[in-house]
Design a protein. Structure first.
Length: 463
C-alpha cells in the first residue's frame, strides 16, 4: 500500500507541524459481516479499548478496535477547540488512496467540566476521543474494514503489514463465529442514590424559578445496580440495541469501563455540507393500547408546560443554525417521536453549513441544549451545580464521531449508564419549570431509567 499512488485530501495548509508524522489508512470491502460478531472477535485482544455506534435508522454502524491515536483534554474551557485543532492537525498527516474510506474519530465530552464532585467518573477526562487501529464500517448495507496507523517511523511498512494480518484474523474469526448473545444480567440489588436530596433539589429549583432566577433547569439523579458477577460490554451493547431499536446506540470504553446507552436525541449531523439537528424536549409515557397511546400523545402535544419546554430548545438551536448555516428549514409545529418506553415532542432542523465551520463548532454551540441544561444557559448550569450536587460525567454530554472529510454525527448521551465490572450507574433527569411537582418529576425519571434498566436485567413494578 505504501508504495502505491496516494492522495492527501486536504487543501491549503496540508502539512502537519511535525514533518515526521504520518497517518496511513487502508480500506477493504468484506461483504456481509455482523458488527457485533466483529466486536466479539476482538474482545480478547481489545477488551479495554473498543467502541460501538449505530445511528437511529440503522443505516450506519461503526465498530472500533484498538487505538491508533487517542485525543484527550482536561480543559475546563476550550476543550472543543482543543480536540478540533488536534484532529485537524492529525488529518493533515493523512495519506490515503482515493478509493479508501475516510477514517473515523469517535468519542465524547463530559456534561460539565467545571463540576468538581468526587464520583465514579474518575477515569474519564473532560474530552476523550479515539482513532481506532481497526474499524468496521457498515453503511447502507455495505461493510468495509479500515485499518489506521499513526506513526513517526519512516519505515512503517512492517507495522502496517502487521495490522493487515490482525485485520484478516479478526474478519476470519467473525465470519466463522456468528455472534451469540448472552442472557441478560441478573440484578442483585438496586440502590437509589440520594433520592431525598434529589427531591429537595427539585423543590428548591422550582422555587428559584418561581422567584425569577431562571426559566427552566434540568435536575438529574442516578441509581446504582449491583450484579453477582461482572457484566461484559458485549452483553450490555447487545441488549440495549435489541431493546431500543429506534434510538442511537453507543458504547465508549475507557480502561475497561463502558459508557453506553440508547438515546433518541441527535445533537448535530453533518453530511455532504448540510447540517441536521433535532429538537427533542417534552416527554410522556406510552399507552398500554393504541387508543390510550394516541390520547396520551395528544395530551403531550397540547400540554403548555411541555410545549414551552420544547420551544426553548427550538429557539436555541435555531439561533445556532442562523449563525453557522444558510437555508435553514424548521417546521412550525412539533411532531411526536414514539420509542418503546416514552414519547417526545420532536422538531427536525435542516440547513446548509457555512464554509469554514466544523462539527465541533456546532457541538460547542449547541451543548448543553435547554433539554439537558436549562435557560438561561449560564444561570441554569450554576443552579445545577448548586442544587443537583452530582457529577453527571458523560451523561447528557455530546457523544459521536467525525471523519477526515468533515462529516459526522453527535447525539446527546441520555438513556445511558456507566458499567464498571459488577456495577452500573444509571442516569435520568427532567426539566423543572415554575409549576413542576416533585413527585411527578420523580416518576418521570423512572420512565427514563426504564430502557437501560431493562437491558441490564432489571424491571419496574408495573412490568
Amino acid at each position: 500500500m505504501m508504495s502505491q499512488k496516494i492522495t492527501v485530501p486536504l487543501e491549503g495548509d496540508t502539512f502537519p507541524k511535525d514533518p515526521h508524522l504520518r497517518f496511513f489508512t487502508e480500506t477493504i470491502e468484506v461483504g456481509h459481516l455482523s458488527p457485533l460478531a466483529f466486536l466479539k472477535a476482538g474482545e480478547t485482544s481489545y477488551a479495554k479499548d473498543h467502541f460501538y455506534w449505530q445511528n437511529a435508522n440503522q443505516t450506519l454502524t461503526i465498530v472500533g478496535l484498538g487505538h491508533a491515536k487517542v485525543l484527550t483534554s482536561e480543559r475546563k474551557d476550550g476543550r472543543f477547540t482543543d480536540i478540533a485543532e488536534r484532529w485537524h492537525e492529525l488529518c493533515k498527516a493523512l495519506i490515503k488512496e482515493e478509493e479508501d474510506m475516510a477514517p473515523t474519530l469517535f468519542g465524547g465530552f463530559s456534561f460539565d467540566p467545571k463540576n468538581v464532585q468526587d464520583s465514579e467518573w474518575v477515569k474519564f477526562p473532560t474530552a476523550y476521543f479515539v482513532l481506532p487501529s481497526i474499524q468496521l464500517l457498515r453503511k447502507n448495507g455495505s461493510t468495509s474494514v479500515i485499518i489506521n496507523l499513526v506513526t513517526k517511523n519512516a519505515y512503517a511498512a512492517e507495522d502496517f503489514e502487521a495490522l493487515r494480518i490482525k485485520r484478516d484474523q479478526l474478519i476470519h474469526k467473525a465470519q466463522l463465529n456468528e455472534f451469540t448473545p448472552a442472557e441478560k444480567p441478573v440484578v442483585k440489588a438496586l440502590h437509589e442514590i440520594d433520592v431525598e436530596h434529589y427531591k429537595e433539589a427539585v423543590q428548591n429549583t422550582t422555587k428559584r424559578i418561581q422567584d425569577g432566577d431562571a426559566e427552566k433547569v434540568v435536575i438529574a439523579r442516578s441509581v446504582n445496580l449491583h450484579f453477582p458477577e461482572p457484566v461484559s460490554s458485549m452483553t450490555a451493547l447487545h441488549h440495549i440495541a435489541n431493546e431500543q431499536q429506534e434510538s442511537y446506540h453507543f458504547g465508549l470504553q475507557k480502561d475497561g469501563e463502558l459508557f453506553f446507552g440508547a438515546t433518541p436525541e441527535r445533537l448535530i449531523e453533518i453530511s455532504g455540507g448540510r447540517a441536521y439537528s433535532a429538537c427533542v424536549a417534552g416527554s410522556i409515557k406510552r399507552g398500554k393500547t393504541a387508543e390510550e397511546d394516541r390520547h396520551i400523545g395528544e395530551e403531550l402535544l397540547n400540554d403548555p408546560k411541555n410545549r414551552e419546554e420544547h420551544q426553548y430548545v427550538v429557539d436555541m438551536i435555531s439561533t445556532v443554525f442562523d449563525e453557522f448555516c444558510t437555508d435553514t428549514l424548521i417546521p412550525k409545529q412539533p411532531k411526536l417521536m414514539k420509542i418503546r418506553d416514552i414519547q417526545h415532542l420532536f422538531t427536525p432542523v435542516d440547513a446548509m453549513v457555512k464554509e469554514g465551520r466544523t462539527i465541533f463548532d456546532f457541538v460547542e454551540a449547541l451543548h448543553p441544549t435547554p433539554a439537558l441544561g436549562g435557560l438561561p444557559t449560564v444561570k441554569s448550569m450554576d443552579i445545577i451545580r448548586e442544587e443537583e450536587q452530582m457529577d453527571r460525567g458523560y451523561y447528557a454530554g455530546p457523544i459521536g464521531w467525525t471523519d477526515t472529510e468533515g462529516n459526522g454525527e453527535f447525539a446527546v448521551a441520555i438513556r445511558s449508564a456507566l458499567l464498571v465490572e459488577d456495577e452500573a450507574y444509571l442516569y435520568a433527569g427532567g426539566g423543572i419549570v415554575a409549576d413542576s411537582e416533585v413527585e411527578k418529576e420523580y416518576d418521570e425519571t423512572w420512565i427514563k431509567f426504564r430502557p437501560v434498566l431493562r437491558a441490564l436485567g432489571g424491571q419496574l413494578n408495573d412490568e
